[in-house]
Design a protein around this ligand. Structure first.
Ligand code: NAP
Length: 487
């Protein structure tokens, strides 16, 4: 069934997809749809509603530069407010009528003769000259591969699908995982539950958050003098770029590690627990957990931190390698996400789905275009994150790049562009080389940043300004242009 024939199909109505839509509107391109599998917009900020869910990058920076919000209530806004911001900009820029809800893209092919994509969705076919995939790098929750998980007699849910109807008060609750999500919800549920057992596989470095309310006076000033908000954003941007200095070389950031270690000493008086919570790899190797209350919560009398590895889940609870069964009523999985781009279902010129091509390692030019996949763009694709700053800085640079590509085709009259394989290969080889000297690949940890071969197709091995500079000007020489008339 043919549902739509449009110029641009954006996949995903999360932060990046909606940002793309807003910018298309602003430059006068109206012929697009957003294909969204859910029934509402917001992506990860719709799905993650666990207690304490908030951004861990300052909100002035974790928002679009073309849609500043002078009314953030806190330096680090809570989830509900971020979701509200997303909905507000979608409404303000009239992109909601473009969203096709319940349209999950399950496959798609490039039609060479017609020079457009044929996308298969759960609600029918969509033909589009351009596809912008903004499916989110971390949108599908990942259940751990632990034997017996489905035999648990109590209640289980993932942090990204929080069961708000499930009562935790007084219960014996287990949490698997100690990453950024668990660090936010554990301090919230700890005072409420009867006993909390936190299963930690790897200790994480933490860094101070120091969240505070933004005063009414500050907000008034930001509304009246937008330059002041821009300056606040610039200060946060520069501070975070400085942190990247430590990550881009493969050595230990002794100064930052000393701050984190001293804080741990203050927050956790018990030396045995402190030893468990002390990482044995370089700070920055895994994503730093930004928190002030996680370790104090773990040090509370009703909490056990278990570092024995989990051998299985049994009906009564979790059995660890020492044979102990930790009895539980509820088991919460704070076990993270699939790294999304591998799930992309579209087939390129040769009929190979991207997921298959990328089974071992993802590769894209400027994190945005993929050779053999004409007129296909990814937002927050491979090598477009650094963990130290706002991912929206990367997404915004990509959005502007996509607009340049679309406008270039309009001006030249060509129908499609496809990045030259040698250009992509050279780019990827350079990235791989530069990553060798960073803390992410050499810091002595395992992380979701890494590919099976020890490289990384997630991270950008530079400062964000370098990424933005690389995408600032679209160079037609990097691409092969085609049109129906001149194949
Ligand atoms: P995560 O960082 O991937 O952490 C998953 C945790 O689960 C880790 O502690 C991991 O241990 C553990 N784990 C996974 N499988 C396990 C198993 N089989 N057995 C035992 N432990 C297991 O996931 P997340 O905390 O949900 O955060 C994911 C990302 O989302 C973050 O890195 C961040 O980019 C983003 N995030 C952002 C915010 C924000 O405020 N902006 C908030 C939350 C999340 P190992 O460390 O040993 O792998």
């Amino acid at each position: 069934m043919l549902v739509d024939a449009v110029r641009i199909a954006i996949i995903g109505a999360g932060f990046a997809g909606l940002g793309m839509a807003v910018r298309l509107k602003q430059v006068g391109i109206d012929d697009f749809v957003i294909l969204e599998r859910a029934q509402d917009i917001g992506g990860t900020w719709r799905d993650n509603s666990y207690p304490g869910c908030a951004v861990d990058v300052q909100s002035h920076l974790y928002s679009f530069s073309f849609a500043p919000n002078p009314d953030w209530s806190h330096v680090y806004a809570p989830q509900a407010e971020i979701w509200d911001y997303i909905q507000t900009i979608a409404r303000r820029h009239a992109v909601l009528p473009h969203v096709r809800f319940g349209h999950e893209v399950v496959g798609g092919e490039w039609d060479e003769s017609a020079q457009h994509w044929v996308l298969r969705t759960t609600k029918g076919e969509v033909r589009a000259q351009f596809v912008v995939s903004s499916m989110g790098p971390l949108s599908n929750p990942m259940a751990p591969d632990i034997p017996g998980l489905d035999t648990f007699a109590g209640h289980t849910f993932h942090s990204a699908r929080w069961d708000h109807d499930h009562e935790l008060a007084g219960k014996r609750v287990g949490v698997i995982g100690t990453g950024s999500s668990a660090a936010q919800f554990v301090p919230e549920i700890q005072p409420e539950v009867g006993r909390l057992t936190v299963f930690q596989r790897t200790a994480h470095w933490t860094f101070p958050r120091r969240n505070r309310a933004i005063t009414a006076t500050e907000r008034r000033l930001y509304r009246r003098v937008p330059l002041l908000q821009k300056l606040a954003r610039a200060r946060q941007y520069l501070f975070r770029e400085l942190i990247a200095f430590g990550f881009l070389r493969n050595g230990r950031s002794r100064f930052l590690e000393a701050i984190a270690t001293q804080r741990l000493r203050r927050q956790v008086p018990d030396p045995e627990l402190r030893a468990k919570l002390t990482p044995d790899y370089a700070l920055g190797c895994k994503r730093i957990v930004v928190t002030d209350d996680f370790h104090p919560a773990l040090a509370s009398p009703n909490v056990d931190v278990v570092t024995e590895s989990i051998s299985e889940v049994v009906p009564e609870g979790v059995r660890t390698a020492d044979g102990v069964v930790h009895e539980l009523d509820t088991l919460i999985l704070g076990t993270g996400f699939e790294v999304m781009p591998v799930a992309d279902p579209l087939c390129g010129r040769d009929g190979v789905p991207l997921a298959k091509r990328w089974a071992q390692r993802r590769a894209a030019y400027l994190g945005t275009t993929v050779s053999g996949y004409p007129n296909y763009f990814m937002l927050v694709g491979p090598n477009t994150a650094t963990g130290h700053t706002s991912v929206l800085l990367y997404a915004e640079a990509q959005i502007e790049y996509v607009i340049q590509c679309v406008q270039h085709l309009r001006h030249t009259g060509a129908d499609s562009l496809d990045v030259r394989p040698e250009v992509q290969d050279a780019f990827v080889a350079d990235i791989r080389e530069r990553l060798k000297g960073t803390v992410w690949t050499g810091g002595g940890c395992a992380s979701w940043y890494l590919d099976p071969d020890g490289g990384s197709s997630v991270l950008w091995p530079g400062f964000t300004w370098q990424f933005r500079a690389a995408l600032r000007r679209f160079d037609p020489a990097d691409y092969r242009l085609h049109s129906v008339a001149t194949p």
